[in-house]
Design a protein around this ligand. Structure first.
Ligand code: TYM
Length: 342
């Protein structure tokens, strides 16, 4: 247990490895927007994590700006929240090394995301992909963040961050030094949106690395593209049930209703009492209208912001300078605790 007494602080990051999609928006970005008015928030572009798999250098730079633009377009205000690229704040990598010496191999062996990403050829995966969750713990704890808004797929990594914080506090007899960070997984509306699935396969999460363009709604998609992708989304031949229990075993139907719930703020029960007994010929156009209403304006703003990379770079440099003040202080304290000459 940590007896941490410091201020509440929110932190989260998104890998700069592809285009932002509806899963990132619902699972993460819109929570970032809501939290910025209540807490001291730090949101970063995880470029050090992105290079755990190969990234073309120019594309990596573009993707980093793309995510920054997505944050702003969705409503994150850089005057309130601190936005920065991870690689611009050295303290992340410095603390990650120290945490590599705190985390145990057995803990990392249990990480399911490594197994999924490395696939059958784990021998050829980068060492960085394996120690990825240790860097994630450093990202969080270098700001002594207490709350981390993420989608459900990050739950195991957050548990590891808590284990590392707890072991550091215990080994160095500093029970109050690091907080044990809490994940914020549920959306504002119950469970809706903790995990958005592919539009083509309800058993796979919506992911930027999905080879099928139509599996994912991107924040960049215009209204016509969004409507077309929803029309083509996999569903089934049955009508919608009138009760949530009727969605069991119908992964695609449950996902489409889940997206509707997450974006409308209605409960699944309310949606089914409205659409129960209707087929997808009725439900899909209603869903398309809702997604277009919520996402298309973000896409328009995103394109406008991306047209001025110098402006984005300026904001990110200023954000990194601000973040480094807190992060450098933590690393200084950690070095002293560990026994380095300071
Ligand atoms: P990443 O880049 O894969 O995803 C960014 C955020 O989007 C959420 N997300 C989803 N939520 C619901 N449904 C989906 N289909 C979906 N796909 C993605 C993720 O849960 C995440 O919140 N390891 C992290 C990045 C990271 C980080 C951190 C996060 C690095 N350091 C420190 C928090 C704190 C990742 O790969 O996210």
């Amino acid at each position: 247990m940590s007896g941490y007494q410091g201020p509440m602080r929110v932190l989260s990051g998104i890998q700069t490895s592809g285009e932002m999609h509806l899963g990132n928006y619902i699972g993460a970005i819109r929570k970032f927007v809501a939290l910025q008015h209540e807490y001291d928030c730090h949101y970063f572009l995880a470029d050090l994590h992105a290079i755990t798999v190969w990234q073309e250098p120019e594309q990596l730079r573009r993707q980093t700006r793309h995510i920054a633009a997505s944050f702003l377009a969705a409503g994150i205000d850089p005057k309130i929240a601190t936005i920065f690229p991870q690689s611009k704040v050295r303290a992340h990598a410095e603390l990650a090394w120290i945490f590599n010496c705190v985390a145990r191999l057995g803990w990392l062996d249990r990480m399911t995301q490594f197994k999924d990403k490395a696939g059958k050829n784990a021998e050829r995966a980068s060492v960085g992909l394996y120690t990825y969750p240790v860097l994630q713990a450093a990202d969080i704890l270098v700001y002594k963040a207490t709350h981390v808004p993420v989608g459900e797929d990050q739950k195991q990594h957050l548990e590891l961050s808590r284990d590392i914080a707890g072991k550091f506090n215990h080994d160095f007899k500093q029970p109050d030094f690091f907080p044990l960070p809490e994940p914020l997984i549920k959306g504002q509306f119950g469970d809706a949106g903790a995990r958005i699935m592919s539009l083509k396969d309800g058993s796979k999460k919506m992911s930027k690395s999905d080879p099928s363009e139509n599996a994912c709604i991107f924040l960049r998609d215009d209204a016509d593209t969004i409507a077309r992708k929803i029309k083509k989304a996999k569903s089934d031949a049955d009508v919608l049930p009138s009760e949530p229990a009727g969605l069991e075993g119908r992964a695609e139907a449950a996902n489409l209703v889940g997206i509707y719930a997450a974006l409308s703020g209605k409960t699944t029960a309310d949606i089914l009492s409205e659409y129960g007994g209707q087929g997808f010929g009725v439900f899909k156009p209603a869903l398309a209208d809702l997604v277009v209403e919520k996402i298309a304006p973000i896409g328009d703003e995103l394109r406008r912001l991306e047209a001025d990379p110098a402006h984005l770079d300026g904001l990110l440099t200023a954000g990194a300078e601000k973040a480094a003040v807190i992060a450098d202080e933590t690393v200084k304290e950690v070095k002293e605790i560990v026994g380095f000459l300071v």
